[in-house]
Design a protein around this ligand. Sequence first.
Ligand SMILES: Cc1cc2nc3c(=O)[nH]c(=O)nc-3n(C[C@H](O)[C@H](O)[C@H](O)COP(=O)(O)O)c2cc1C
Length: 195
Amino acid sequence: MHVLTVLDHPDPASFSSAVAQKFMMGAQAAGHSTELADLNAEGFDPRWTVADIEADGGATAPKDVQVEQARIARADAICLVFPLFWWGMPAMTKGWIDRVWSWGWAYDQLNDPEKSLQRARTGVLLIAAGARSDEMEQEGYLTAIETAWIKGTFGYFGFTRRDLHVLNGSTGSAPRREALLERAYQAGLALKPPL
Ligand SMILES: Cc1cc2nc3c(=O)[nH]c(=O)nc-3n(C[C@H](O)[C@H](O)[C@H](O)COP(=O)(O)O)c2cc1C
């Protein structure tokens, strides 16, 4: 498969950047080709503008959006890597989704997340989170992520296989971080084709 990894972090020395690298190493070890979209390094503009509104179902989308859509078109599996910010996505990832997965290109209705316009793909979410897993479960944050991103967002993306890894304790001890990086590697190694 061809695997696209979308990384949102401005610091190449960050934990999230290491997660993206480990995931790609795992995917390569499994025989997949990989491509990295390093949104901050590439200077992607996450702001939704009038040009996006006037994109007319993708046909006249802004050039930078078309570049990202071409990346998606050649990918069989897509992995998003970002740190959890205020129990949500950082602005760069949010804007990339808002602009690139547009009305008329990714979806054309709002009733059924399982009716994407896109072909079936495998989707992976690798989210670095400072919080503990029990805290996230008790407070309902994990359920919120599963509903909004795995069911809603990945559904409208057309992802038929969906894999969520919340990497809790990302700011913890070195052994803890090593274990999380190993999990990212295994996620790449275990990638399966879309259903
Ligand atoms: C602006 C900001 C908001 C954050 N919000 C959360 C949060 O809501 N939940 C959480 O578990 N961690 C939160 N964190 C912690 C980050 O997830 C953590 O710093 C990150 O995973 C560390 O990885 P990095 O080195 O790749 O940045 C936040 C950090 C920042 C800077």
